[in-house]
Design a protein around this ligand. Structure first.
Ligand code: SAM
Ligand code: SF4
Length: 446
């Protein structure tokens, strides 16, 4: 009998990568690898990387250096790198890191487990070719690992938008939609395994299906997913403000299973900067989308992304980002200091503000957002909320779940409720979470 081998995946970056890591784990189960959360137990370590943040390659090289000691102690330990940095660096990674065994790019998940098996036989290799749209079915391996109340499901790969600062179209390739039948089949299997909530993933879900003849659009896909027995909640990410359609807005009024949350990244509140970013909408258009969404679903919670220190951003431009935040009052905001990405259009723009100025702007933005988050969280105190119970809280003494508006709630309840929808009274609000008490089980759950 062959010994079960242990796989440790270090996932960097976005939800797309979390979903890819689940797929990697699923594909490697077939050749005897079981996922572990303990790096010390691993027979195989995979770094699933992201290039969006500053100095991404440097961080990956540093991480690989820290693994050299483990590899020396255990020469049978295998090391692999996947994701966007693997796509960008390709064979260079193998050349610069002699103790690395294999590299696979963002279009090569379907090739697993081949590179792992080759490495087990002592052969090193890098697979980073983009595959064309005709073979696109292979881009979306379906043998995902079972289990989990809330799961991510990839519906699209790549991006055609070419925002001037962003590396994604270069490292994830052009936009490709997955066939709706394949998406629903995967979700049906997840539901059979106990999944109750799915988050549909794509860089711009609003353009789902539009470039694939014969496939439904995103709003129709949402309705197809809502019809799957066992699925109680649907979320999606990310929605590009320039492509938000009236049917998508109407979905929030028409599909009760669609959660009261939308991630709608503005990136800046200044029209001048939005044009330089090639975002394709104005501040006014962004705001009118928010008004329409709130009309369709009055309790909808809005999160966003904001970049500070884009080349040429003035104090006045930055203040417009702050004033947009004041108008929207995001429940949460992911904010980034602009980082230069080679190949992108913005890399050629003059950037006069200093790192210190950018850091100061980021701190002002974070401080305003903390106020807004606390204010939004506090607005839930005293309300009754439907919560999908996801598991045991970090401290281990309570359960946790999320309200439809995507805020985490902790509450005392029996573990048998994991996987159910329960009604929770919110008794207090903190900066990062809510505290609740269960006042009745089974608000629609099983
Ligand atoms: N497709 C999504 C959209 O359009 O909103 C975003 C995907 S991107 C992986 C996630 C976030 O990273 C972006 O919304 C942006 O705020 C940030 N980001 C991307 N490139 C960046 C850069 N060069 N510098 C700083 N932040 C960046
Ligand atoms: Fe990047 Fe823009 Fe595509 Fe989002 S929409 S992934 S920010 S290019």
């Amino acid at each position: 009998m062959t010994r079960e081998k242990r796989l440790y995946i270090a996932t960097f970056g976005c939800q797309m990568n979390v979903s890819d890591s689940e797929k990697i784990a699923g594909r490697l189960q077939g050749i005897g690898y079981r996922a572990t959360g303990e790096i010390a137990d691993a027979d195989l370590i995979i770094l699933n990387t992201c290039s969006v943040r500053a100095k991404a390659e440097e961080k990956v090289y540093n991480y690989l250096n820290t693994l050299l000691g483990r590899k020396r102690k255990n020469p049978r330990l295998l090391l692999g790198v996947g994701g966007c940095v693997a796509q960008q660096e390709g064979k260079r990674l193998l050349e610069h890191v002699p103790h690395l065994d294999f590299v696979f790019g963002t279009h090569n998940l379907h090739l697993l487990p081949q590179p792992v098996q080759a490495a087990e036989e002592g052969r090193r290799g890098a697979e980073v070719d983009f595959i064309d749209t005709d073979t696109r079915l292979d881009l979306f391996p379906t043998d995902v690992a079972e289990g989990g109340v809330s799961r991510f499901v990839t519906v699209m790969q790549g991006c055609d938008n070419f925002c001037s600062y962003c590396i994604v179209p270069y490292v994830r390739g052009r936009e490709i939609s997955r066939r709706a039948g394949e998406v629903t089949e995967e979700i049906r299997r997840l539901a059979d395994g106990g999944c109750r909530e799915v988050t549909l993933l794509g860089q711009n879900v609003n353009s789902y299906g539009l470039k694939t003849p014969g496939e439904p659009d995103f709003t129709t896909l949402l309705k197809m997913v809502a019809a799957i027995p066992g699925i109680e909640r649907i979320r999606f990410v990310t929605s590009h403000p320039k492509d938000i359609s009236q049917p998508l807005i109407d979905s929030f009024a028409e599909i009760p299973k669609l959660c009261s949350h939308i991630h709608l990244p503005a990136q800046s509140g200044s029209d001048r900067v939005l044009t330089l970013m090639n975002r394709g909408y104005t501040r006014r258009e962004y705001l009118s989308n928010v008004v329409a969404l709130r009309a369709a679903r009055p309790d909808i919670q809005i999160t966003g992304d904001m970049i500070v220190g884009f080349p040429g951003e003035t104090e006045e431009d930055f203040r417009q980002s702050l004033s947009l935040m004041d108008e929207i009052r995001y429940v949460d905001l992911f904010s980034f200091i602009y980082s230069v990405q080679p190949e992108t259009k913005a890399a050629g723009l003059a950037d006069e503000s200093s790192r210190q100025e950018k850091q100061e702007r980021l701190e002002r933005l974070l401080s305003l957002q903390r106020q807004h988050t606390y204010e939004r969280n506090s607005s839930f105190a005293g309300t009754m909320q439907e919560v999908l119970v996801e598991g045991v809280s970090r401290r281990g003494d309570q359960l946790f779940g999320r309200i439809s508006g995507n805020r985490v709630v902790n509450f005392a309840a029996p573990v048998s409720l994991i996987g159910s929808l329960v009604t929770v009274k919110i008794v207090s609000a903190y900066q990062n979470s809510l505290q609740g008490t269960v006042s009745g089980g089974g608000a629609g759950g099983e």
